[in-house]
Design a protein around this ligand. Sequence first.
Ligand code: GUN
Length: 286
Amino acid sequence: MTKLLDGNMLATEIRSEISHTLEKEILNKNKRIPHLGIILTGNNRSSITYVNNKIKECKNIGIKYSLIHLPVNTLEKKLLEEIKKMNQNPYIDGFIVQFPLEKHINQDKVILTINPTKDVDGFHPENFGKMALDMKAFFPATALGILTILDKYKIKISGKHTVIIGRSKIVGRPISILMSRRNHPGNSTVTLTHSKTPNIEYYTKQADIIIVAVGKPGFLKGKMIKEGSIIIDVGINNYEKKILGDVDFDSVNGKASYLTPVPGGIGPMTRVMLLKNTLIAALNNR
Ligand code: GUN
């Protein structure tokens, strides 16, 4: 029997933990309410949905937000100016620039311009480097969401073999670092596979835990996994008016021991982790 890991339920639990800390450490002490900045460029439909969901989360929990929505043809210079304004604005505790960006904008420059103390996405090299060195830092929200769901369901990852499919800077790369770090939760043996890995099945069949973040609906099939493995599906793919994960749910269901559903798995966990990082940024600031 496969047990579904309920991201919606867990996100509700974490929201109430955040609310409790917000009340105890900020509201009761008459401190300023945390404030998240969001910079969105262009008209990418998925990005607009993600940002709207992030805003909903802020409203729901009582965290302030400011959205700067720039048109599709915004020059890189203008975007960098908006980032610098967020860096300098003392009322913004943390902010994000929603990815992907338009092709004419250099993503590296954007990330390097964000003040690391306000980088609640954890993408700046200072945070990314600290993460790789087992130091305290902002960790990317999706990776934190994955670690948290595994931890809360008491799934042991220490000593287990984790195979990650996809090496993106947003998910694959950071989760490979966090799963293998010398800390709890961590200590997993990690294999990071990607588009140039021949015969991915060879690796996935040996895995105790598989984390799939490739953006291809139904990529991981039941025949590619071993009986009893734990499957984390990070995919959110719009397919024929439905939202599908990167896992072929029907063939994996029944063979895996645990599986995150899409929707309702890693998505809600990612959103609450951004709020958690924003609260931490605010507490660091006060
Ligand atoms: N695009 C897809 N996921 C993310 C994320 O976690 N942060 C940002 N900034 N952009 C994204």
